[in-house]
Design a protein around this ligand. Structure first.
Ligand code: AMP
Length: 614
């Protein structure tokens, strides 16, 4: 197997010299060449290594692998599964069973995915060595970027990075998001000096669990070093826009601190104060400059105005995040939007080898050393796929699964992974389309996540959850002899943070008008009914705004159907869409709104699974 590039630049305070940096970049690019050229062999080696190591774990034994380690047997007898299929095993591990159920190496922690099952985050098992694999993928990003934008080693990156709350499973394993796990690991905290991971945010500000203090201190440090900043970013577009919004709200306080060189008393985490003080010096001139820019009526181009040397914004804008492209363009005067990588809690997948391409053209090259990848062909029609999410695959579908190097250009597939940490032929739920090849390795456009109707940040709400939430709220109207006769929904990202909008058409047989407070209660009931990731976004991260119900005039949904028929839909097959995105439809709905209501408070949310707290 090609050897991964080693981090040779142990600068130890001396800095990584140009020669060493060039050498590191070259070796990273050679690694990519190597593994993509030998994609088939590397994939077979990865699979062989995973099954040889784990041939005796309970899960594979149960399926009858009986110590056989060849790929053909593996593919013949190990089923393709969803999270629900694995849940009993995951629960045993979470409850403290330390025997080798899924993996011969000890499960070090659970990574809490933004995908949910039964309203709670999915728990993905991981092992210590996976941190090394994640770190490897990160180490490839800047050498690739350097080819398109050289000189990034001469300045800093202003990245808004955050840790989120952690919980312990009943058996005592940590359960936390993958990035929280990574930022808290020594791979991130004790990284040797490298000009490519030289961020304006000191580690202490990233690792601060209080989201206000973390954001405030990261922005303050970013503003203090504004001339040095060559690139800005966050993980997802929504997170970056939230930082701009925070600046809009708090620039007066930030300028006060920069002018006097003092730190606001709300920042009371001692390690954050210590770290910020190393950077913050009284700078009235800079404070005047920032104040003048922020006072201007228009915030168009604010990023390039405050950080004038910025060359690009590094955020994911593929998938549902594409809804934020216009806002980012506005704030940045159209700076390039760069999507560097594609990853998940299950496994880090790959990277974009052409980072300056347009967001609509982004494709990710899966790195064959990360896991063993298989692909289930899907044909989508009207948003529905030919393979069911929950039913086990039939024999024919099993046989249709193809290896990484056998995918066909233009075909869409669902991604299936076998990981070192104990997922075997696991359906990730992402639909990808083959857009090209890097040597023998395919490059995939991210098409969508299956069954996601609404998403603002990392929340993913499907139609079933939405239906359940509407039903629970609509029950509240029964006392008024009223019912929700039709509904649809929309992720409104014109507000910051974005929020869910529900359009309701009401059938009212009773004589008593429905008071506004009842609709507000309906908003909250819906929010309480949604999954834990949504409620965390509302209650803890504040990355999602209050849910809104817009009541539309009677007959609006007939008009919606008329519109769909005029656009060629078949009357026999027409179903009210439960989520709308198309601007003319949203305009039609908005033109018929008679009243609107917002959720009056945040829904309840606790870190960890609900059942762990009882
Ligand atoms: P999580 O398991 O919560 O880390 O979420 C992982 C999921 O986020 C993936 O399975 C994708 O659905 C989505 N995702 C991750 N990276 C990207 C990307 N670059 N573009 C679009 N969606 C992404």
């Amino acid at each position: 197997m090609p050897e991964a590039p080693k981090n040779r630049g142990n600068g130890a305070g001396l800095g990584v010299e140009g020669g060493i940096l060039d050498d590191k970049n070259i070796r990273a690019l050679e690694f990519i060449e190597d593994v993509t050229m030998n994609a088939k062999e590397v994939q077979m080696q990865v699979l062989s290594e995973i099954i040889t190591r784990n041939s005796n774990v309970e899960y594979l034994q149960r399926h009858g692998l009986n110590g056989r380690v060849d790929a053909d047997t593996f593919k013949k007898i190990v089923p393709v599964v969803t999270y629900e299929d694995m849940l009993p095993d995951i629960e045993r591990i979470a409850n403290g069973d330390m025997s080798p159920i899924l993996c011969s190496k000890p499960i070090s922690e659970f990574l809490t995915s933004s995908g949910t099952s039964g309203g709670e985050r999915k728990l993905m098992p991981t092992i210590e060595e996976e941190l090394g694999r994640r770190s490897l993928l990160y180490s490839l990003l800047m050498p690739v970027m350097n080819q398109s934008v050289p000189g990034l080693d001469e300045g800093k990156g202003m990245y808004f990075l955050f840790v989120k709350s952690e919980a312990k499973t009943p058996g005592g394993l940590m359960a936390r998001p993958v990035l929280t796990s990574y930022y808290k690991s020594s791979y991130f905290r004790d990284r040797p000096y490298d000009p490519y991971t030289n961020y304006t945010s000191p580690n202490e500000t990233i690792l601060c669990p209080d989201s206000y203090q973390s954001m405030y201190s990261q922005l303050l440090c970013g503003l203090c070093q504004n001339k040095e900043v060559l690139r800005v970013g966050a993980v997802f577009a929504s997170g970056f826009i939230r930082a701009v919004r925070f600046l809009e709200k708090h620039w007066v306080l930030l300028c006060k601190d920069i002018r006097a060189g003092t730190l606001d008393s709300q920042i009371n985490d001692p390690s954050v104060r210590e770290a910020v003080k190393r950077i913050l010096k009284p700078n009235p001139e800079l404070a005047d400059f920032i104040e003048a820019e922020c006072r201007r009526e228009s915030w168009e181009g604010i990023i390039t105005r405050l950080w004038p040397n910025t060359k690009y914004i590094d955020v994911i804008v593929t998938g549902t995040m594409s809804q934020y492209i216009p806002t980012l363009d506005y704030y940045s005067n159209g700076l390039p939007l760069v999507c560097t990588m594609y990853a998940s809690s299950e496994c880090y997948f790959g990277l974009n080898l052409n980072p300056l391409c347009k967001p609509s053209e982004v494709s990710y090259t899966l790195i064959p050393t990360m896991a063993y990848f298989e692909f289930l062909p899907v044909n989508r029609k009207n948003g529905f796929t030919n393979v069911s999410e929950s039913a086990p695959l039939n024999e024919k579908e099993h046989q249709e699964l193809v290896d990484l190097v056998d995918v066909k250009l233009g075909q869409e597939y669902e991604l299936v992974v076998t990981t070192y940490a104990g997922l075997y032929r696991y359906r990730v739920g992402d639909i990808l389309c083959v857009a090209g090849f890097k040597n023998k390795a395919p490059q995939f456009k991210f098409i969508c996540r299956k069954n996601v109707a609404l998403s603002i940040d990392s929340d993913k709400t499907d139609e079933f959850e939405l239906q359940n939430a509407v039903k629970n709220a609509a029950d509240h109207l029964l006392q008024f002899d009223a019912s929700v006769t039709e509904y649809t929904s929309y992720a409104d990202t014109s507000t910051i943070p974005g929020h869910y909008v529900l359009y309701w058409e009401i059938g009212l047989s009773g004589a008593t008008p429905i008071p506004p407070s009842v609709f507000e209660d309906c908003c909250l009931i819906m929010e309480e009914s949604l999954n834990s990731v949504y409620r965390q976004g509302r209650a803890s991260d504040k990355s999602i705004g209050p849910l809104e119900i817009r009541i539309v005039e009677g007959g609006t949904f007939d008009k919606l159907m008329d519109y769909a028929l005029s656009q060629g839909a078949s009357i026999n097959q027409y179903k009210t869409p439960r989520c709308v995105k198309y601007a003319p439809i949203i305009e039609l709905l908005n033109s018929r709104v008679v009243s609107n209501y917002f959720s009056p408070k945040c829904p309840k949310w606790v870190a960890g699974h609900k059942q762990w707290c009882t």
